[in-house]
Design a protein around this ligand. Structure first.
Ligand SMILES: [Zn+2]
Length: 245
């Protein structure tokens, strides 16, 4: 169920729902530090912890992008049988301070998505230690964009491309972003495609996941000016498309 409008940034409510999912699906919690007293958690299924090739899903790196965290919990609540048996690694809300205050940055005023490579950032050190000991075949990072004119995906893969097929599903809810240049990069029907890590860029989560050995990463963006319900529906549909229903 979607959060009421006033509770779109209710971290406590979000975590209560994750506690219920974790209990049902027997997910293990991986502490990734805390921020201003609010905990950052990773969650993993048993098969992922045992070293099976996993799908990694994360949301809430930017606190003012509320659709990702709500879509991820909705997807998890709809996929309890899969979470009990299949390999998944999850970060429900990477930036609880930003989420609570509806701001892009974290409690230190920094953009977390420029710091995933940092060895000075405690969350990132713990996150890297965790994921270095796991095998990830697909990483999905959920984001939103204030300037977007529709949904788009930044896809980094040298193997299977999933982005276009997933956008065929989400365009029934929110159309694709028609721009040919997005964030300074060439885009085609809402897909920005890269086979290799671009030179000179270090910090984004998707790039660091690739460096940690993840075969493919998808960064999905919904237009944050649209209604929250539509954005959550599009993000959930995207997860269903790329993870398989
Ligand atoms: Zn973002």
């Amino acid at each position: 169920m979607l959060p009421a409008k006033h509770s779109a940034h209710d971290f406590k409510k979000l975590m209560e729902r994750w506690q219920a999912v974790s209990k049902h699906a027997r997910l293990a919690g991986v502490p990734l530090g805390d921020a201003n007293g609010l905990p950052v958690w990773g969650l993993e299924t048993k098969s992922a912890a045992d070293g099976e090739s996993a799908i990694y899903l994360s949301a809430g790196v930017h606190g003012d992008e509320a659709a990702g965290p709500w879509a991820l919990i909705e997807w998890a609540e709809s996929n309890l049988p899969r979470l009990k048996t299949e390999p998944f690694l999850l970060v429900p809300c990477f930036n609880p301070v930003g989420f609570t205050h509806n701001t892009r940055v974290d409690g230190e005023g920094l953009d977390m998505n420029r710091r995933f490579h940092s060895r000075k950032a405690r969350h990132m050190t713990l996150w890297t230690q965790w994921l270095k000991a796991r095998y990830i075949r697909l990483g999905v990072c959920l984001h939103e964009d204030y300037d977007a004119l529709g949904c788009y995906v930044y896809e980094l893969t040298a193997s299977i491309s999933r982005a276009d097929r997933a956008l065929k599903e989400t365009e029934m809810i929110i159309p694709r972003d028609p721009r040919r240049t997005i964030e300074g990069m060439a885009a085609k029907r809402g897909v920005i495609q890269r086979e290799r890590i671009p030179k000179g860029i270090k910090g984004p989560e998707a790039l660091v996941l690739t460096k940690l050995g993840c075969e493919s990463t998808l960064t999905f963006e919904t237009p944050s000016e649209l209604a929250l319900g539509l954005r959550v529906a599009a993000q959930k549909r995207f997860l269903e498309a790329v993870c398989g229903v």
